[in-house]
Design a protein around this ligand. Structure first.
Ligand code: ATP
Ligand code: MG
Length: 759
């Protein structure tokens, strides 16, 4: 009866309760954004613990991003208290797979001390493999091979399992050989890349039934969030673990997902996994949720409208009890720096009104868009936190320091060895390193082992000999010290004794001070861990600056990283063709790519609880080149009645009528009726004592009059523009030029794109 129901069930709706209480047998929760899937999942975890059905260390709970995993841990912690500490198998697929692999590393030819290499090292290693095989590196770059290998690993394929036809993707059919060579090297280095974590798990489970069965017995309850984004390897992994000892389906696995939020197809995720769940796990109960608890009516309506343009979807109903709320705003601006400025102004205004900065998120399509925001946030003195962006642990000094630690932990880690053998300089020249590599290759051993062997000969003399000896002795000494020292102390010791800190202290470069501070932070981060291994795994897999929780900071991240999260206020900049939808996604995958981009737009809008602000710029610098851009077709897919247009008139040079299908909003601001709603515009007009019926040129001049720089054109010049054709210059402001085009009408364009057409 209701009065007996435990407190943690209160407030859940009936289907959510059903998902929590159906503890036995497979369960699929399939529902749209913000319907409380994750909440039901975390309550289910709590229920299993509180009702005594499972111990914390017997629950397997996986999700995709580190931030989502952390939030899940927090949410469960609120319900169960200290027990959450014991949930070691809760995390990302990668982190759980790494834990399993550490226990059984010997079975795939590694030791428990193996290193997890990151994308950078992966590409370096690919390059080495390509050049060692005599394959043309110009035609077949390391990055390309890394992509091919990732794709295979995402499908759970080992070299011997790759279909022969697939080999022709790369290096004229030699790709499988390169894959084999790459894996051999990794094994010599005692290392694994991200993809290996799962593939090695699969190998172990398939070869050692006893081990698999032990894990099956342990993980009596399995929970997966964001199931729509699992790739084949992850799917196979879950299937192996989620079936019973006799291999029958029907384990207690509960997966949660939304086909409309599948955004990792480009990385090998398969939406089909969610569609075939009922087949694979027989007797699965399917639970649908329809009430959205996250967003206002306007936001939900905007999101629903966008996603309704996708053909390939299951389709579902979503409704909300919440207020309709403020309209979704839409703003066009001149260029990316201005977009950043306008958004930061709004953030400051919101802060003045009492909004906490950590309530606000800026979600971009591509990480290159972040720079403009970081600069502006810095200038404005607004603290911010980048999630999953260019990361602390990817910086030179942190990578160097980590290379030391990895080598201490794993003497065979050649990638780390070659990174630091001469950093700081110890008179160990390139020639000696080449010599050492040759010996290593001949011996089939690592650089450390080859070094030790060389020292037993007379091959090396003088400085190189003493440098190598000292280096190897140091590493060995730190290794034995590692047993007794806490990670923080060890990091400090290594950095001091290796001379690495002294090296930056002596450095005259401008960045040296910052680097020293980062090294200090690294020591601090290590102090939070009990073992060096725990710390290094954290760095490889979690890899974000620790210590700051985002409290009082604006969030800045990509749309992909924002999956599963929510914020009261969300800014979605850069809604322009080619940026979003990404031109590359469409080029590579056509309609399928476009639909995935649209799901990403749906994910973006549905992150917002109260306010959602969309913007686009008329000009953008991509890879250092200016180009003019068109508003995203997704803007055209927004329901007009939910949108408030805030653009300043005439700020961008695109006119709706001439553009293909998507452009309705491009020139809205030039329409007197619509621009009437623009507060900035009204203020400006009033200040000038002008009527509110705007003249396009006037408005443009008004806004841009202070722009520095100059154009090589003069009033009345005849000019040619790639997109708009011939026209005559009617006004000039810095690098921006107003042109009356013969066909396209009045436009504002960048001088760089204009050619003089005077005969
Ligand atoms: P997404 O698809 O984006 O991952 P989701 O379905 O996982 O969304 P949640 O994050 O679990 O949704 O929930 C969205 C918001 O709604 C959260 O703030 C959550 O606390 C709230 N919520 C969920 N269920 C309820 C409920 N029954 N009553 C009130 N609020 C709820
Ligand atoms: Mg969720």
């Amino acid at each position: 009866t209701a009065s007996d129901a435990p407190a943690y069930l209160e407030g859940l709706n009936p289907p959510q309760k059903e998902a929590v209480l159906t503890t036995e047998g497979p369960v699929l929760m399939l529902a749209g954004a913000g319907t409380g899937k994750t909440r039901a999942l975390t309550t289910r975890l709590a229920h299993l613990l509180i009702s005594g059905r499972a111990n914390p260390w017997d629950l397997l709970a996986v999700t995709f991003t580190n931030k989502a995993a952390r939030e899940m841990r927090e949410r469960v912690g609120v319900l169960v208290g200290d027990q959450v500490e014991g949930m070691r198998w809760m995390g990302t697929f990668h982190s759980v797979a790494a834990l399993i692999l550490r226990r059984h590393a010997e079975l795939v030819g590694l030791t428990p001390a193996f290193t997890i290499i990151d994308t950078d090292d992966q590409i370096r290693l690919c390059k080495q493999v390509i050049s060692a095989a005599g394959v043309d590196e110009k035609r077949w770059p390391g990055r390309g091979l890394a992509g091919v290998l990732d794709a295979w690993k995402n499908r759970g394929l080992r070299p011997e399992e790759v279909p022969k036809d697939d080999a022709f993707q790369f290096a004229d059919g030699r790709a499988i050989d390169l894959y084999t060579a790459y894996q051999e090297r990794l094994r010599t280095f005692n290392a694994a890349d991200f993809g290996d974590l799962l593939v090695h798990n699969l190998t172990i489970f398939r070869q050692e039934t006893d081990i698999l069965n032990a894990f099956r017995r342990r993980f009596r309850y399995i929970m997966v969030d964001e199931y729509q984004d699992t790739n084949i390897a992850q799917y196979l992994w879950l299937r192996l673990l989620g079936t019973d000892d006799e291999g029958r389906s029907g384990g207690n696995i509960c997966v949660v997902g939304d086909d409309d939020q599948s955004i990792y197809g480009w990385r090998g995720a398969e939406v089909e996994n969610i569609l075939r769940f009922e087949k694979d796990f027989q007797g699965a109960k399917v639970i649908r949720l329809e009430q959205n608890y996250r967003s206002t009516g306007a936001i939900l309506s905007a999101a629903t409208h966008i996603i309704s343009h996708n053909k390939d979807r299951l389709g579902k109903t979503l409704w909300t009890d919440a207020d309709h709320g403020a309209a979704v705003t839409l703003r066009g601006v001149w260029d990316a720096p201005e977009e950043a400025r306008v958004i930061c102004d709004e953030i400051e205004a919101a802060q003045v009104k009492g909004r906490s900065l950590s309530d606000i998120a800026i979600l971009v399509r591509a990480s290159f868009q972040m720079r403009a925001f970081e600069e502006r946030l810095n200038t404005a003195g607004l603290p911010y936190k980048v999630v999953g962006g260019p990361r602390f642990y990817e910086r030179e000094e942190t990578r160097d320091a980590l290379a030391y630690l990895r080598l201490v932990r794993n003497p065979d880690d050649d990638l780390s060895f070659s990174r630091i053998i001469n950093k700081p300089r110890r008179g160990f020249g390139d020639k000696t390193l080449t010599q050492l590599s040759q010996v290593a290759r001949q011996m089939g051993a690592s650089l450390s082992a080859a070094g030790a062997a060389l020292l037993e000969t007379n091959e090396l003399k003088g400085k190189s000999r003493s440098a190598l000896k000292e280096f190897l002795d140091n590493i060995a000494r730190w290794r034995s010290a590692a047993a007794d020292l806490a990670p923080g102390r060890l990091v400090e010791t290594v950095l001091e004794e290796s001379g690495y800190i002294a090296f930056w202290k002596a450095s005259k470069t401008a960045q040296a001070q910052g680097k020293l501070e980062n090294l200090k932070e690294l020591v601090q981060a290590a102090e939070e861990f009990e073992t060096l291994e725990g710390y290094l795994d954290h760095v490889s897999l979690v890899a974000e600056r620790s210590g700051d929780t985002g409290e009082g900071q604006v969030w800045l991240m990509t749309l992909h990283a924002a999956k599963g999260l929510e914020f009261p206020v969300v800014f979605l900049p850069g809604w322009e063709e080619d940026i979003f939808p990404s031109g590359r996604a469409i080029n590579d995958n056509g309609q399928v790519g476009l639909e995935e981009e649209r799901r990403l737009a749906y994910v973006g809008v549905t992150r917002a609880r109260e306010r959602c602000h969309i913007s686009f710029a008329a000009n953008r610098q991509v890879y250092g080149r200016w180009q003019s851009s068109l508003p995203s077709r997704f803007i055209d897919e927004l329901p007009e009645k939910e949108i408030e247009v805030l653009s300043e008139p005439g700020l961008y040079g695109v006119k709706a009528a001439e553009l293909p299908a998507y452009s309705r909003f491009a020139d809205i601001a030039a329409d007197p009726e619509r621009s009437y709603r623009t507060p900035g515009w009204q203020r400006a007009q009033r200040a000038r004592g002008a009527s509110t019926a705007p003249a396009l040129e006037g408005a443009a001049r008004l806004v841009a009059s202070s722009t520095p720089g100059s154009s090589p054109f003069a009033l009345g010049d005849r000019v040619f523009h790639q997109k708009f054709g011939y026209g005559e210059v009617t006004a000039l402001e810095g690098n921006k030029v107003d042109v009356a085009f013969e066909k396209a009408g009045q436009k504002k364009v960048i001088a760089t794109f204009l050619q003089s057409a005077d005969a």
